[in-house]
Design a protein around this ligand. Structure first.
Ligand SMILES: NC(=O)C1=CN([C@@H]2O[C@H](COP(=O)(O)OP(=O)(O)OC[C@H]3O[C@@H](n4cnc5c(N)ncnc54)[C@H](OP(=O)(O)O)[C@@H]3O)[C@@H](O)[C@H]2O)C=CC1
Ligand SMILES: Nc1nc(=O)c2c([nH]1)NC[C@@H]1CN(c3ccc(C(=O)N[C@@H](CCC(=O)O)C(=O)O)cc3)C=[N+]21
Length: 286
């Protein structure tokens, strides 16, 4: 049997990235500048979203960023939320705006995302930023896909020519991560719920990115020996534990490298949000 896969430590990579951003913010401060401001908007009280927003707020504060959470009641109307976005767009001290998804059903999330100033869209979801990414132009890139690429580069310095299979085609994860892999010269396949014979599609992959939202969906015998596996899935089991989309325990015997859940892509997502906020700050205010 081959050696066990290398476990890619997203927690450590995220801490290192945050420390780097913290140093840049300290330098901005000591030069007498005002600090980047990240504003997270949370509508309603979904418990999972509450936890994410709290940890974004804490980690932003830790590196000296000005972080503000706007907690709005579940009954907030679409017009009220649009007015909130307009106010944040107009406020020069606001560098990054993130609207936590999913929104309550009575609000059209597309209309809300369209209203965010693309220069402050640190989630990279505005059509302008999605279009820039698809065109290979510079812009704000969605945080989770950015985090996936940084983790991949830890184990694969050269991505050119590799076969990458992305499972999932959401605007938040699957599509943008496929764009980034294409930009890195991978041969990219995007699989989804209508894909035929997914097992044999995945078996071709040197790189597998799983973004499905189903625990243990990707079986170890789908994975090509030595492949790098990035598990984006965050699934809560009945016992309260978190697990990814990949059968991690079995995949360890086949993959060359793999991200764990928790401690993989999740922490990198938040670190990349802070990175994007600093990027937006520099683009807007130097
Ligand atoms: N770690 C992190 O920071 C983050 C983690 N996540 C997690 O990642 C996962 C995916 O999130 P997200 O992209 O938003 O989810 P979505 O539900 O928006 O997308 C899921 C995708 O999986 C595809 N899919 C569903 N069933 C199958 C199947 N049987 N075979 C093949 N493909 C299938 C769907 O296909 P189709 O389009 O055909 O319906 C869809 O494209 C979730 O677990 C989420 O919690 C999300 C964001 C950040
Ligand atoms: N507009 C928007 N942008 C998002 O990026 C976004 C969103 N909405 N809605 C929800 C999903 C999910 N998401 C996660 C972020 C961090 C962790 C994370 O840090 N996870 C830790 C564990 C956290 C825990 O224990 O609960 C880990 O995987 O180690 C997970 C998931 C961002 N999302």
């Amino acid at each position: 049997m081959q050696d066990q896969a290398r476990i890619i430590d997203g927690k450590a990579a995220a801490a290192a990235l945050r420390a780097e951003i913290g140093l840049e913010i300290a330098a901005i401060k000591s030069a007498g500048g005002s600090v980047p401001g990240l504003h997270v908007v949370l509508v309603g009280d979904d418990p999972a979203s509450r936890v994410y927003v709290a940890s974004k707020e804490r980690l932003a504060a830790e590196i000296g960023m000005n972080s503000v959470a706007h907690r709005l009641p579940a009954e907030t109307s679409e017009a009220e939320l649009l007015a909130k976005i307009e106010a944040l767009n107009a406020d020069d001290s606001v560098d990054g705006i993130l609207v936590q998804l999913p929104l309550p059903k009575h609000i059209n999330s597309g209309a809300i995302i369209d209203a965010i100033d693309p220069a402050k869209d640190v989630d990279g979801l505005h059509p302008i930023n999605a279009g820039r990414l698809a065109g290979g132009k510079e812009g704000l890139v969605p945080c989770t896909p950015l985090g996936c690429m940084l983790l991949l580069r830890q184990v694969l310095p050269t991505l050119a020519g590799l076969e990458a299979v992305v499972i999932g085609r959401s605007e938040l994860v699957g599509r943008p991560v496929a764009q980034l892999l294409l930009q890195a010269d991978c041969t990219v396949t995007i699989a989804h719920s209508r894909t035929r014979d997914l097992a044999s599609v995945v078996r071709r992959a040197d790189i597998v990115v799983a973004a499905v939202g189903r625990p243990h969906f990707v079986r170890a015998d789908w994975i090509k020996p030595g492949a790098t596996v990035i598990d984006v899935g965050i699934n809560r089991l009945p016992d309260g534990k978190l697990t990814g989309d990949v059968d991690f325990a079995q995949a360890l015997n086949v993959a060359g490298a793999i991200t764990p859940v928790p401690g993989g892509v999740g922490p990198m997502t938040i670190a990349c949000l802070l990175r994007n906020t600093l990027t937006a700050f520099r683009a807007r205010r130097g």
